[in-house]
Design a protein around this ligand. Structure first.
Ligand code: DQA
Length: 168
């Protein structure tokens, strides 16, 4: 167990270690460290920690999600290009079955055709696309503000949104 406090698992896939310097016209100038820090700040208000990993290797991401996903309160994942063809990542998320929000900094639907195929869609709770790095914080807020059912069938209709003042 990596954290004693409840935690969100924040996963970034291939090339996202280059955030801030990589194609800044598309992905902006914030670094991955900046992104991780801002998600930690949001989560801290709810007494929740953030366990963050980035890897350029699909199998490594599978290892990390298998190890740290089951005990997490939820998963935020920007799979990078694995979003378009990462079937072992998809199967891993289906197996681990934690509430997962997929984030894409850019609007993949307005880009090349290959980016419009999103193979994780069926196994994630929701997707935030094209809102820049703010998408990570919005994903965290969803997972933090929504009391999610722990069942395999857990879905939005079974989710109970917590109102201000309730346990965070
Ligand atoms: C991305 C979009 C992917 O198509 C691309 O391969 C990335 C980043 C995004 O955040 O917009 O690496 O996931």
């Amino acid at each position: 167990m990596i954290s004693k406090l409840p935690y969100l698992l924040l996963i970034n896939g291939p090339n996202l270690n280059r955030l801030g310097v990589r194609e800044p016209g598309i992905y902006g100038t914030e670094s991955l460290t900046d992104v991780e820090r801002s998600v930690r700040t949001v989560a801290a208000d709810y007494g929740v920690e953030v366990v963050a990993f980035q890897s350029n290797h699909e199998g490594k991401l599978v290892d990390i999600i298998q190890e740290h996903g089951p005990a997490s309160r939820g998963i935020i994942i920007n799979p990078g290009a694995l979003a378009h063809y990462g079937y072992s990542l998809r199967d891993c998320l289906a197996d681990i079955d934690r509430p997962t929000i997929e984030v894409h900094i850019s609007n993949v639907h307005r880009r090349e055709a290959f980016r419009q195929n999103l193979v994780l869609s069926e196994v994630v709770r929701g997707q935030i696309v094209g809102l820049g790095t703010l998408g990570y914080k919005l994903a965290a807020l969803y997972l933090l503000q929504t009391k999610l059912m722990d069942t395999a069938e857990g879905n939005v209709s079974q989710a109970e949104t917590m109102q201000g003042g309730e346990e965070h």
